[in-house]
Design a binder for this molecule. Structure first.
Ligand code: HEM
Length: 396
């Protein structure tokens, strides 16, 4: 059924409470199409919510492009400057070339090699937080692990890693925090400046890291190299930190889950996928139509921006039974937390390994996770994430 409503869905205030799920579930159940007037986005945009409609917008042969940008705020008249250069906002030859170059560094085999580094990082973090004090998982556990992994992929020298991890944590920590007098945007700029230095160092002394790999192509501009390091930095940090925090949240919220993971009563892999579905940290992706398209019975002309809301699709009652319930062994679990189609997350194997290690290590060291208070949610539209998740761990 085609339903049209009008509301500015780019307003971050709509997403700070769990009411968002009620709204998304209603929209998904009606297969609604919502038009948002110009406001958060200069030209307005359509939104879809059902699993079917989101997959149709993102599918491999869908007549949509991400080259004008993939987030609310961009459209054909107000394109993302990185379009055609950065993997996630490029198409065709540039996109194929970048996936081929970067793919091996994030493959399942590469991810497996990084799992020792993940384990060391998780153990280090747990050593610090298993002291009986209240621990804010969103600040103390979620961010550190993906930031350390991305440093490894980028080839950041050991002596710079703590500095870069701190900057990364701050850059992606939420909209309204200050750190060392720096806004998150300034911290992100500092990282880009650091990438320039890293590029000069790798030019003189290449290795097997992402920077050297991108440079080895010989045809990419320095701008392309910086932008694609940034793509992996953002892709690897912004979402994974919230999925990791969500994994610990699941231990606190789902009775028996901790024991079942520890005792091997449930396979870890389906639990990882349920964490991904339940947390759906990538909140939306935007596309622009490349020709006339009919979507949910509505004719859209070329150049129309359409947003797919991934957490709505991942709790669509037509596809997921009891969608709000965390089911550790849910099968099938056709979530689209990593997107769908040509731009399906290139770091998905790595993210899955990070989550599996976190689940196993926490279950191995902890007998109980208690919520001190309900989580506070980020005021954001790109990421569905935790602002604060205070818990108390009881060690084994
Ligand atoms: C793309 C989600 C972890 C790197 C994407 C997309 C989504 C996504 C939804 C598609 C965007 C679009 O269609 O426009 C997630 C989630 C993660 C995660 C939920 C963790 C739970 C990672 C990690 C890395 C990474 C760990 C790398 C270290 C990328 C890259 C792309 C991408 C490079 C662009 C792929 C392309 O355009 O072909 N991710 N991601 N992601 N992600 Fe992830």
């Amino acid at each position: 059924m085609q339903t049209t409503k009008t509301v500015d869905l780019g307003d971050p205030d709509l997403y700070t409470t769990l009411d968002r799920h009620t709204r998304w579930r209603e929209y998904a159940a009606e297969d609604a199409m919502v038009w948002s007037e110009p406001g958060s986005s200069p030209g307005g945009f359509w939104s879809v919510f059902s699993h079917r409609a989101c997959a149709a917008v993102l599918g491999p042969s869908a007549p949509f492009t991400s080259e004008y940008g993939m987030m609310i705020g961009f459209d054909r008249e107000h394109p993302d400057n990185s379009g055609g250069q950065m993997m996630v906002v490029s198409e065709q030859d540039q996109h194929r070339k970048l996936r081929k170059l970067v793919g091996p560094l994030l493959s399942r085999a590469a991810a497996r090699k990084l799992s020792d580094r993940v384990r060391t990082e998780v153990r280090g973090v747990l050593d610090r937080v298993l002291d009986g004090e209240v621990c804010d998982v969103a600040a103390e556990i979620g961010p550190r692990i993906p930031a350390a992994v991305v440093c490894e992929i980028l080839g950041v020298p050991a002596e710079d890693q703590d500095m870069l991890i701190d900057l990364t944590n701050h850059a992606f920590g939420g909209e309204d925090e200050l750190f060392d007098g720096m806004t998150p945007r300034q911290a992100h700029t500092e990282i880009l400046v650091y990438f320039d230095e890293l590029i000069s160092a790798r030019r003189a002394n290449p290795g097997d890291d992402l920077v050297s790999t991108l440079l080895s192509d010989g045809e990419l501009s320095i701008d392309d190299v910086v932008l694609n390091c940034d793509n992996v930095l953002i892709g690897g940090n912004e979402t994974t930190r919230h999925a990791i925090t969500g994994a610990v949240h699941a231990f606190a919220a789902v009775p028996g889950l901790l024991d079942r993971v520890r005792d091997g009563d449930v396979d870890v892999d389906p639990v990882v996928d349920e964490v991904l579905r339940w947390t759906s940290p990538a909140m939306h992706v935007l596309r622009v139509t490349t020709g006339e398209v009919t979507l949910n019975g509505r004719d859209l002309e070329a150049g129309t921006p359409v947003v797919a809301w991934l957490p709505a699709a991942n709790r669509d009652p037509a596809v997921f039974e009891e969608p709000d319930t965390f089911r550790p062994g849910r099968k099938p679990n056709r979530h689209i937390a990593f997107g769908h189609g040509m731009h399906h997350c290139l770091g998905s194997a790595l993210a899955r390994i990070e989550l599996a290690v976190v689940l196993r290590e926490v279950a191995g060291r902890v007998s109980r996770v208690e919520l001190e208070k309900e989580p506070a949610w980020l005021r954001a539209i790109v990421v569905q994430g935790y602002r604060e998740l205070p818990v108390r761990f009881t060690g084994r």
